[in-house]
Each structure stands twice: as C-alpha cells, then as structure tokens.
Design a protein around this ligand. Structure first.
Ligand SMILES: [Fe+2]
Length: 268
C-alpha cells in the first residue's frame, strides 16, 4: 500500500465515530413554511434524521415579516410534530423556534416573541439575512441584538453574498457576540461552489460554532450526514463533536437525551 493510501485510509471517518447529533435548524413542522408539506412528510423527515444519527431537532419556522405564521400556528404544528414522534415511538427529543430574517423591527419582535428563542438558555435567536444586507448592516444588526440581550445564531452565513465576498466577516460577527452556524449540506455543494468554498473557509479559519441541516425535505438528511462526515474527515471528529453536540447543548441550555428532554417554548 502506498504511503498516501495508508494515510488516506487512516483519516477516513468510520460510521461509529459519528456520535448522536443535535440539529438546531430544520423545517420539519408540517405546513407552516416552505419546509414539510404534510404530517406524513414530517414523520419521514424525523425518520431520516434518526438515520443520520440525529437525536434532537430544533424545529424551525421561517419568520420574515408580520404576515409569517405567528406563535399560535407554530404551537399547533409543534404539537402535531410531537404527537407524530410519540405515536411512532421515535427516540428523538424536540424543541421549537423561529428562524428570523433580520429586519429593523426584529429587535423589538424578539423582545415580545418567545418562540424566536432556541431553548432553555432563552437568549439565543436564529437569524438569517436578506440578499440586500451588506457587511456593515449585518455587523450593526449583530450589535443591536447583543445590546437587546439576544445572542444571534447566524444561520448558513456561507450562502450570503457579503460573506462569500468577505468570509472574514463571519469572524467579525463572531467577535461581536454572534454564533456562526453553517449548513452541513453546504460541504457537499448543495448550494453551489461559492457556498461550499465559503463554508470551508469559515471552518478552516475557526469561525464555525455549530452545524445544522436546514432540512426542508427528508432527503436533506443524506446530504447532512455526508457533510458531517466530510467535516470530520477534513478537520477531525473532535471538531464535529464541538459543532454538532457541545455548542448546540450550550445553546439549548441542556444535554438532550430522550423525548422527556423536549423544550416546549409554549409551555406555561
Ligand atoms: Fe432555514
């Protein structure tokens, strides 16, 4: 065996090294946004997540403006999702939150709306940016949210043009209090070459805090698992552990282990 082949084989990630994972960003709630279209699809997505070694899903719903589904609609969809999980005895715990597109009133919105927050820690919010946001306004948004006591978790930064042009902006947002969460699917080229290269740059430069699926359909989880394997192979399984378990536990405020570890933001 040639020396290169030997090292290459040694570096391959084995299935058993892919420990259970937390997916903080997945559109599994039935019929609330462009994610799951039905309860059947929600069940398929949860089953696909389990095959990808996921043990906890934070079910997210897009919040883009005042016309987006509100707390009541999301609460009903979350109840249906938990019932599906229970009826089918899936070993999965669940939480629920919004993925909010940042707009000037968003800061005020977060103060009012419980489901924009991710977990028991209660101070994190998943944030995405519109296509017209530039580097300065993104950093200003992170600053504004931090002042309001909210720690933004920036979802799929590798997909934003301003980050693709200036990947170091991920570090600038991080140094102002944001957490950076690329999609694992980006490492498989799911969003094209620019997003792939930007995701790799973000991880190489040490700016990634977590990885998630951003699943909208069941088959996303195949790409998610391959993307996680790719990260473990290139950067080490210890980093994958940090990105898919350790930091997500910190964001959730607990270590999920069973369905009893659900976090329901609607519970009184
Ligand atoms: Fe999303």
């Amino acid at each position: 065996m040639a020396l290169f082949d030997f090292w290459h084989k040694k570096k391959e990630t084995k299935e058993e090294e892919l420990f259970p994972k937390i997916d903080l960003h997945a559109h599994i709630l039935p019929d609330v946004d462009d994610g799951s279209r039905s309860e059947d699809m929600t069940l398929e997505m949860m089953e696909a997540a389990l095959k990808a070694y996921v043990v906890h899903i934070n079910a997210t719903a897009h919040h883009r403006n005042s016309l987006s589904p509100g707390e009541e609609t999301i609460s009903e969809a979350f109840d249906k999702t938990k019932k599906l999980r229970n009826d089918n005895l899936l070993p999965l715990s669940l939480s629920c939150s919004m993925e909010t597109e940042f707009y000037p009133e968003a800061e005020e919105f977060f103060k009012k709306c419980r489901v924009s927050l991710t977990g028991k820690a209660g101070k994190y919010a998943l944030i995405e940016f519109t296509a017209d946001v530039n580097r300065q306004s993104a950093i200003a948004a992170v600053f504004q949210l931090s002042l309001a006591g909210i720690r933004p978790v920036i979802v799929h930064p590798e997909r934003f043009y301003f980050v693709q042009r200036h990947p170091e902006v991920a570090g600038e947002m991080q140094s102002r209090g944001a957490l950076i969460m690329p999609n694992a699917t980006s490492f498989m080229g799911h969003y094209g070459v620019d997003a792939l290269e930007t995701a790799e740059k973000i991880v190489q430069d040490g700016f990634a805090d977590a990885l998630s699926s951003d699943a909208h359909r069941p088959d996303y989880y195949e790409q998610y698992l391959l993307g996680c394997k790719q990260v473990a192979k290139k950067y080490g399984s210890h980093l994958l552990y940090e990105l898919t378990w350790k930091t997500p536990c910190r964001i959730l405020g607990y270590e999920p282990g069973s369905e009893r570890d659900d976090f329901d933001p609607f519970e009184k």
